[in-house]
Ligand binder design. Structure first.
Ligand SMILES: *[C@@H]1O[C@H](CO)[C@@H](O)[C@H](O)[C@H]1NC(C)=O
Ligand SMILES: *[C@@H]1O[C@H](CO)[C@@H](O)[C@H](O)[C@H]1NC(C)=O
Ligand SMILES: *[C@@H]1O[C@H](CO)[C@@H](O)[C@H](O)[C@H]1NC(C)=O
Ligand SMILES: *[C@@H]1O[C@H](CO)[C@@H](O)[C@H](O)[C@H]1NC(C)=O
Ligand SMILES: *[C@@H]1O[C@H](CO)[C@@H](O)[C@H](O)[C@H]1NC(C)=O
Ligand SMILES: *[C@@H]1O[C@H](CO)[C@@H](O)[C@H](O)[C@H]1NC(C)=O
Ligand SMILES: *[C@@H]1O[C@H](CO)[C@@H](O)[C@H](O)[C@H]1NC(C)=O
Length: 411
């Protein structure tokens, strides 16, 4: 902006008193053309005006991209390549600049346009979003999702292509929606270089249908901004006196340790307090309450120093540190007691049931020898056994059962 202002000022100054004399004419370039040279890539080309006198000055060209994204630059060359999503067309202007020392004079502009890509309105995909991940092998995967256009007929079939530098490839694996239209695509491996900074990934989604022409859609993604960062590795957490000490390694990535920042998610399991701390390095010490047990998780992202931020990684596995020792052992004993009690109880119920069925099927044969015996001592025995066992363990719950249970299981 500043440089531009200075240039305009000099230009005014110079036209008032030109060293070339008043007769000098600056002529616009000729044969300005736009050609699609790759997906979402336009080649701008022009020729110097054959009638232009150089007269000891240099010729440069001023280029102004008007659509889809405003951009201005100047160049010595007579061609230029631009990457842009031009599904809605592309237009640009160019003019000649005559430059001598710090002074320059511009010609009129010449303009060229690319029409919008053909297709019916509303048939393009919407809500396109893409994510890349760096795999363990250093390959980069790409995953994109989108929604069918509002006006896209039921039979629309969408196709997704990505371009990275010179490489263009169609999606090998689509996922379909209920109407059988592709709405998701996965490349397990791509030509995307994981260590590049601010390189653009071009995504182009076109389609076909019997009932309408499907308008293609293009979007450019900065590879660093759509990277889902990997989870930090080898996390270790320990206690050192009153401090929690955590260390980990940077995620799988070609980038340096300094390029990452972390979030540390700490929960005090005793009080339920939660804390998320931003950590700029990969180790960390924090004063904690040593009588509490803590759960710890960590996630990573690129920091702004190295590149565009990506998407936060998933949280790491949960790690625990510290112990509520006393409460723990009491809880453990109680649990054990409960489990063993209910097991015994269940066992006893089951056996009782089995025996019940058994005695129905095979009723006991009365034996004459029993006739003269006094039954009371046996009952007395039973009753006594019941009370002693029920009181301590099963309590009121089992009182009804236990008398008969006991004798069944014993005999
Ligand atoms: C080109 O330069 C010469 C001398 O430097 C000058 O005489 C002539 O008028 C210039 N031509 C134009 C078109 O300005
Ligand atoms: C411009 O294009 C026309 C037609 O294609 C061609 O005849 C002419 O030589 C070109 N002019 C220049 C300066 O290249
Ligand atoms: C061109 O410029 C150079 C130095 O800037 C000068 O020596 C020469 O005389 C100039 N020629 C013309 C034709 O103006
Ligand atoms: C699609 O994008 C629009 C505008 O960006 C947004 O309002 C809408 O919620 C998105 N739809 C879905 C399903 O994400
Ligand atoms: C990873 O990349 C290497 C080299 O580019 C390739 O040979 C290999 O098949 C890729 N792995 C996967 C899972 O695509
Ligand atoms: C979609 O785009 C690709 C890449 O430009 C092209 O090869 C293909 O023919 C297009 N398909 C349709 C149906 O337009
Ligand atoms: C993680 O730790 C294991 C064993 O301690 C080690 O073999 C491995 O190399 C470590 N991982 C990294 C990325 O350093």
């Amino acid at each position: 902006m500043m440089a531009r202002g200075v240039r305009v000022f000099l230009l005014l100054l110079w036209t008032a008193d030109t060293p070339w004399g008043a007769g000098v004419q600056v002529l616009p370039p000729v044969n300005f053309t736009l050609t699609v040279s790759a997906l979402a890539q336009v080649l701008l080309r022009w020729e110097p005006n054959p009638a232009q006198e150089k007269n000891n000055s240099t010729i440069r060209y001023d280029v102004k991209i008007l659509h889809p994204v405003l951009e201005e630059y100047d160049t010595k060359r007579t061609h230029s390549v631009r990457t842009a999503a031009f599904h809605d067309g592309f237009s640009a202007r160019v003019r000649t600049l005559l430059v001598q020392e710090d002074l320059e004079m511009g010609s009129d502009w010449v303009e060229a346009n690319l029409p919008p890509l053909p297709g019916a309105a509303g048939t393009s995909v919407t809500n396109l979003s893409c994510v890349i991940r760096v795999t363990t092998l250093g390959n980069v995967s790409l995953h994109c999702t989108w929604l069918p256009g509002q006006e896209a007929p039921e039979d629309t079939k969408y196709f997704l292509f990505y371009r990275y530098e010179k490489h263009t490839e169609e999606c090998p694996t689509y996922t379909k929606d209920k109407s059988n239209r592709n709405t998701e695509c996965r490349f397990a491996s791509t030509q995307i270089q994981p260590g590049e900074i601010d390189t653009l990934i071009v995504v182009h989604v076109n389609g076909s249908s019997q009932r309408a022409a499907i308008k293609p859609f293009q979007q450019l993604f900065n590879q660093n901004a759509i990277e889902k960062v990997n989870v930090p590795r080898n996390i270790s957490v320990s206690l050192q006196q009153n401090d929690l000490l955590a260390m980990w390694e940077k995620p799988i990535s070609p980038f340096h340790e300094e390029c990452f920042e972390y979030e540390f998610y700490l929960i005090n399991l005793k009080s339920g307090n939660k804390q998320i701390l931003k950590i700029p390095s990969n180790s960390f010490r924090l004063r904690i309450d040593v009588s509490s047990r803590y759960s710890v998780r960590i996630r990573a992202n690129h920091n702004h120093i190295c590149r565009a931020r990506g998407f936060w990684s998933d949280w790491s596995e949960i790690l625990y540190v510290g112990q509520n020792k006393l409460e723990n052992s009491i809880a453990w004993i109680l649990t054990l007691l409960c489990v063993s009690t209910s097991c015994t109880f269940l066992l006893v119920v089951i056996i009782r049931k089995i025996n019940h069925v058994w005695s129905k099927l095979f009723p006991p044969i009365p034996t004459p020898s029993n006739k003269f015996r006094d039954p009371f001592p046996v009952d007395y025995e039973r009753a006594r056994t019941c009370t002693s066992s029920t009181e301590t363990e099963v309590g009121s719950l089992a009182e009804g059962f236990s008398c008969s249970i006991l004798d069944d299981s014993v005999f």
